[in-house]
Ligand binder design. Structure first.
Ligand code: ATP
Ligand code: MG
Length: 447
């Protein structure tokens, strides 16, 4: 049966009585990014890409959906993400267990292993894209959110740890942000964490009456994460807990000192935060976060660390790695809180076309100008009328364009078009030869 049956045949009731369908909305916690907001996103992404070029980081794009075991194995079973935040489902077509990626590192390392990317040495990579976590939506916390992240794979030294940290500082400078501070810590190696863990459990067992249900449930499964608690009632207990730093061996301490030396030389202040343990199991040695006080509870704009064991965890050869992930929504919010506005994007020219007869030639001139790098917004008809000159000039003004090109009949008969400056009251209107558009185009171009 055809989908295009006349309404009268398809339904017994007259169309006026038909119920309009319930309007559909986006999934809760997943946002549309629309103009004019999207201009801020593009400006941020352009700034990030320029930064990556300056540091020699190359773009990777991995699938948004990955096999579920990648995250269960890579992130660790006793983590917030794997325990309660993943969008996991079974592909009903073939029974595959799949997950919408909650973070970027596991996928990038999977790709590096799968394609033997490290066969000829280390790789510096970055990505930009959406991540998915089933959390309670609130400011700075969404179910689809966006991250930019870097992963430096195959480099084991503390120099690269410092490099990725300093990249963030560069980005804050490029964006005009000043209120972001750096916390760092050293998680050592798993043997050192084991010794600390035993001491930590023994200490926490003595303070069980002060602990909340979540902390109690993690006492034996992931006590390190208790240090990361946001519960104010637990602060005093975790403050006085045994410090991992006191359990680190010479090699780990040397690595940490190596990172600090570069940061000191670069004049980058930091706080050694003994409670900074980060959410994922895959971290070792250096971990860090960039934090701001301007965003309320969701003040961490960027977090990262070293993950030398991850490649093996997901079936690859041992390969060191370090990286960070930055929440784009939080950075954009911070930019707004800090009064930093994205540069406005406006057309160079709005083409005012008094009548439809003038349209083909006007369009041709617009194409010539665009080919020469001028941005041209053509007047276009709305739902009904073509639009009077008055309404066209109103639209030209609202567009923010710097010039209007007016394709009036008299001018066109002389082979000319009128160029009217819209932003500079002192500048005079002039006439331009249509046939020579390619030669005067550059005068209208701003960028
Ligand atoms: P939080 O402690 O705020 O939950 P996290 O430790 O889970 O953060 P990471 O996994 O380290 O966060 O992700 C890196 C960055 O991504 C965070 O610092 C934050 O800026 C951003 N981010 C994480 N989860 C969300 C979310 N649900 N919505 C928006 N941004 C997020
Ligand atoms: Mg989280």
């Amino acid at each position: 049966m055809s989908d295009h049956q006349p309404a009268a045949q398809a339904t017994a009731k007259p169309p006026s009585a038909a119920k309009s369908p319930t309007p559909l909305a986006a999934v809760k916690g997943m946002n549309d990014i629309l103009p004019p907001d999207s201009a801020r996103w593009e400006w941020f992404e352009d700034t990030v890409r320029a930064l990556m070029r300056r540091y020699g980081y190359l773009n990777v794009r991995t699938p948004i959906v990955e096999p579920t075991p990648l995250f269960v194995r890579g992130l660790g079973e006793v983590t917030d993400i794997v325990e309660k935040e993943m969008y996991s489902f079974v592909d009903s077509m073939n029974g595959d267990a799949l997950t919408l990626r909650p973070e970027g590192t596991a996928g990038v390392v999977r790709a590096a292993v799968e394609h033997s990317m490290l066969y000829d040495g280390g790789k510096r990579l970055y990505y930009i894209g959406p991540m998915f976590r089933h959390e309670r939506p609130q400011r700075g916390r969404y179910r689809q959110f966006h991250q930019v992240g870097v992963e430096a794979l195959g480099f084991g030294g503390p120099d690269v740890d410092a490099e990725v940290i300093l990249m963030c500082r560069s980005l804050w400078r490029d964006l005009g942000l000043s209120d972001v501070r750096l916390d760092i810590n050293c998680l050592g190696q798993s043997e050192e964490r084991k010794a600390h863990r035993a001491a930590l459990i023994a200490y926490l067992e003595l303070h069980q009456d002060a602990m909340d249900a979540e902390a109690k449930s993690r006492l034996y499964s992931n006590p390190l994460r208790i240090l990361d608690t946001k519960n104010p009632a637990l602060q005093a207990v975790v403050e006085a807990a045994p410090k991992l730093m006191d359990f680190l061996g010479e090699a780990s301490l040397q690595h940490f000192a190596g990172v600090c030396r570069v940061l000191d030389a670069a004049g980058q202040p930091y706080r050694v935060n003994h409670r900074l343990v980060r959410g994922m199991d895959y971290y070792c040695l250096t971990v860090f976060e960039w934090v701001t006080d301007r965003l309320g509870a969701q003040g961490t704009v960027c977090g990262g660390g070293r993950y030398d064991g991850l490649s093996e965890l997901i079936g690859g050869k041992p390969a060191p790695g370090i990286g960070w992930g930055m929440g784009i929504e939080r950075v954009l919010d911070l930019l707004q809180q800090s009064g930093v506005a994205a540069p406005q994007v406006v057309p160079d020219v709005y083409a005012v076309v008094p009548s439809l007869e003038a349209l083909p030639l006007a369009m041709q001139v617009a194409e010539t100008l665009r080919a020469a790098g001028v941005s041209v917004l053509m007047h276009a008809a709305g739902k009904e009328a073509w639009g009077s000159m008055k309404s066209q000039f109103k639209k030209a003004d609202a567009s923010g364009a710097r010039h209007a090109l007016v394709f009036g009949a008299d001018e066109m008969a002389r082979g000319e078009v009128a160029c009217k400056p819209l932003r500079d009251a002192a500048a005079a209107q002039s006439s331009r030869r249509i046939a020579e558009a390619a030669t005067w185009a550059h005068e209208l171009r701003t960028a």
